[in-house]
Write a protein that binds this ligand. Structure first.
Ligand SMILES: CC(C)(COP(=O)(O)OP(=O)(O)OC[C@H]1O[C@@H](n2cnc3c(N)ncnc32)[C@H](O)[C@@H]1OP(=O)(O)O)[C@@H](O)C(=O)NCCC(=O)NCCS
Length: 327
């Protein structure tokens, strides 16, 4: 049994409160000039206390369901890509299920860091493709402010909060998912990690202040591998879709660093007008960045019928991937 899987609705949410580069100049030894030229980031949207990942996921998911024209009872599976679950147990997907009242659905989180939404979307396509479900909700949502060390200038200027969602439906929708390439390389796990708080190294009282409960990163290594991984997976996904680089109308890369995005686009031969870019406004929102981009591109009329859209992301693990959608 094999069915075509379509993106039938998208949604996005970002909190109202904003942290600017000027705010960071007051917190760590940095400058607006450094952050802007090295990353492309000017602002990040951050939650107020009390708002967590499942709440942002709910707002994004409701928009996606409305566009898809489905109710909560129609969802067969909820997959949430996140590194910042509301709590360690249960899954954020379960908490989102309660918020939506989607009680016919299975629930699971996708642990693929910044590539979590890509992994979720590809899994949704597979579930729909084999005929197991008619509609799957794939979410990428993060409260990165909860795992950011605001004393570490190497990382704190990069991250923001937000959520994006897509409904994947059997047989009909706006954009047909043509191919998905998912990859990983566990040899590189140490370059991007949260050292404390897992079964390997439980949280100790001192970890509350020493940064070990927050993201720790070898930025240069991540940069290098991100460019290579996103480029290679994009080429494989395009090949598997029977398309060439020049067929891509819009490239929506993970918004980690504008220099990474531009380097990948250059290697793929894509001009700047074909690269979606909102990093200036939101910074790096990990698994939320690609679905927020997909939502905003839809909302702003940047995707037209007939367009080929390429999604790519890279994150901790390392793990990464690319997906091709034909509108
Ligand atoms: C983090 C990142 C922006 C750093 O940019 P870079 O050009 O690689 O910079 P480097 O690591 O070479 O650091 C250059 C200098 O800037 C300094 N620096 C780092 N952050 C700084 C900041 N916010 N303000 C001022 N200086 C800073 C470093 O300390 C270093 O100083 P040194 O040479 O005296 O040691 C970049 O590597 C990156 O974006 N990596 C990918 C990160 C990412 O997106 N990860 C998330 C998951 S995909």
């Amino acid at each position: 049994m094999s069915y075509e899987a379509f993106v039938s609705g998208t949604g996005g949410f970002t909190p109202e409160r904003v942290l600017t580069n000027a705010d960071f100049e007051r917190m760590v030894d940095t400058s607006d000039e450094w952050i802007t030229t090295r990353t492309g980031i000017k602002r990040r949207h951050v939650v107020d206390p009390g708002m967590a990942t499942s709440e942002m996921s709910e707002y994004a998911s409701r928009l996606a369901m409305e566009e898809a024209g489905i109710g909560p009872e129609d969802i067969g599976m909820i997959l949430v890509g996140t590194v910042t679950p509301d709590m360690a147990l249960p899954s954020t997907a379960a908490l989102l299920q309660e918020r939506l009242g989607a009680y016919n659905a299975g629930v699971s989180d996708m642990a693929a860091a910044c590539a979590g939404f890509l992994y979720g979307l590809a899994t949704a396509r597979a579930f729909v493709g084999v005929g197991q479900y008619e509609h799957v909700l794939a979410v990428g949502a993060e409260t990165l402010t909860s795992i950011t060390n605001y004393k570490d200038r190497n990382t704190c200027v990069l991250f923001g909060d937000g959520a994006g969602a897509a409904i994947v439906s059997r047989g009909k929708g706006k954009g047909k998912i043509l191919s998905a390439c998912l990859r990983g390389d566990g040899r590189q796990w140490a370059d991007l990690q949260i050292p404390a708080g897992g079964s390997l190294r439980e949280m100790e009282p001192s970890d509350l202040n020493n940064g070990r409960r927050c993201i720790s990163m070898n930025g240069r290594e991540v940069f290098r591998h991100a460019v290579r991984g996103m480029t290679e997976s994009a080429r494989v996904a395009l090949r598997d879709a029977g398309l060439a680089q020049e067929d891509v109308n819009l490239f929506i890369p993970h918004q980690a660093n504008v220099r990474i995005m531009n380097a990948v686009a250059e290697r793929l031969g894509l001009t700047e007008d074909r690269v979606f870019n909102n990093i200036e406004e939101y910074g790096n929102t990990s698994s939320a960045s690609v679905p927020i981009g997909l939502y905003e591109a839809h909302r702003d009329g940047r995707i037209r019928p007939g367009d080929t859209v390429l999604l790519s992301a890279f994150g901790a693990g390392f793990c990464w991937g690319s997906i091709v959608i034909q509108y």
